[in-house]
Design a protein around this ligand. Structure first.
Ligand code: PMP
Length: 354
């Protein structure tokens, strides 16, 4: 403990991000990046912005991006004033925890979920109450009917990949008209249906998404939230009290182009889904239990081999997957869906299991 730290800092248990190893030739299937890469139109937009952009401050509101996101969701009647943009959805979520979730009652989230939520609770001194997933590793909406200061869950959930149908999301919204319900849709594009379609029906709904996964822009750091104007106004107040320029000019230019290139997005998502189904079948052939996934990763365990040992065996062969040493899921591995070649390398690597 340092004499320079506050008591709060001493108590923090920071988020531990997945490893980002530098070695070439690794088959990196541990942090759910999209192997197909961003649209060439995104690269072109960023290059063009480089020509004269860097001298100037970016638009603090990111208005062009809000308009692009609203246009993209035109079928759901979303206006730019219903969109908030930030430096990755992690930052958007930080603002949600700072400003939207109430601090006088516990907030609710699943026990097995995105591990940044408890970290933000520690940082912003928010009490939480975790709801166990059922025996199929699903969220049970009935658990979210108790007094709370807000509710948050990923859909699909991470690291399980399990998706909760919108009817069940509506059950949670209807049971909690006085709480904000945040649906973290980092992985929704890989087969789920977005709750953005419900935003104009439920003023207590905030939907967060990211460009890191389906749009393959994890390095650019762009995330956004869609909700009613009052929720967006709250997030903007928090943002302007924190960093008035969350998105730089390159990120704004690239993100706008990403929303404009719908074809690239669809091809990329379909490629991931196709590979996910092949990977699931191959893992099952080798005796793994694989949870049904609507994400760009699968969550799998082998009845005879500990998750930690399988991860170590793969690592010896230059293949990196994610193992969580946590109760109830320590047998499992979370494996990002890679290219056909990466997935073949993984399956070949598993051949060494005795
Ligand atoms: N939510 C969930 C459920 C995630 O798994 C991630 C990625 N680690 C994020 C949010 C954050 O994504 P990003 O900050 O890259 O937008």
């Amino acid at each position: 403990m340092s004499k320079y730290w506050s008591a709060l800092v001493s108590e923090l248990k920071p988020y531990v991000p997945g490893e980002q190893p530098k070695m070439a030739n690794l088959v990196k299937l541990n942090t759910n990046e999209n192997p197909f890469g961003p649209s060439p139109k995104v690269i072109a937009a960023i290059k063009s912005e480089l020509n004269d952009g860097l001298r100037l401050y970016p638009d603090p509101e990111g208005q062009a991006l809000k308009e692009a996101i609203a246009d993209y969701h035109v079928d759901f009647g979303i206006a730019p004033s219903q969109v908030f943009v930030g430096n990755g959805s992690d930052e958007v979520l930080a603002h949600v925890f700072q400003g939207l979730l109430k601090h006088d009652k516990p907030i609710l989230f699943p026990d097995i979920t995105y591990s940044f939520y408890p970290v933000y609770c520690g940082l912003y001194q928010i009490e939480s109450c975790v709801m166990p997933l059922n025996d199929r590793f699903e969220i049970d909406p009935a658990d979210y009917r108790r007094p709370n200061g807000g509710i948050i869950f990923p859909n699909p959930n991470a690291p399980t990949g399990r998706y909760l149908g919108l009817g069940h999301v509506e059950d949670i919204l209807q049971a909690n008209p006085d709480s904000v319900v945040v649906v973290d849709e980092a992985y929704v594009d890989f087969g789920g249906e977005t709750a953005i379609r419900l935003v104009n029906q439920y003023p207590n709904l905030l939907v967060c998404q990211t460009l890191s996964k389906a749009r393959s822009l994890a390095g650019l750091r762009v995330g956004f939230a869609v909700g009613n104007e009052e929720l967006i106004e709250a997030l903007s107040r928090v943002k302007d009290s924190f960093n008035s320029y969350p998105l730089d000019r390159l990120a704004l230019a690239g993100a706008v182009a990403a929303f404009e290139d719908k074809q690239w997005f669809e091809d990329s998502v379909n490629g991931v889904i196709r590979e996910r189904e092949k990977l699931t079948a191959e893992l099952e052939k080798r005796g793994f239990e694989v949870l049904p996934s609507k994400a760009n990763f699968v969550f799998a365990r082998h009845p005879e081999h500990a998750g930690e040992d399988v991860a170590a065996l793969l690592r010896e062969q230059g293949i990196i997957v994610r193992h969580f040493n946590k109760p109830r899921i320590s047998d499992f591995l979370r494996i990002t869906v890679g290219t056909a070649d990466q997935n073949k390398a993984l399956i070949k690597g598993l051949g060494k299991l005795s």
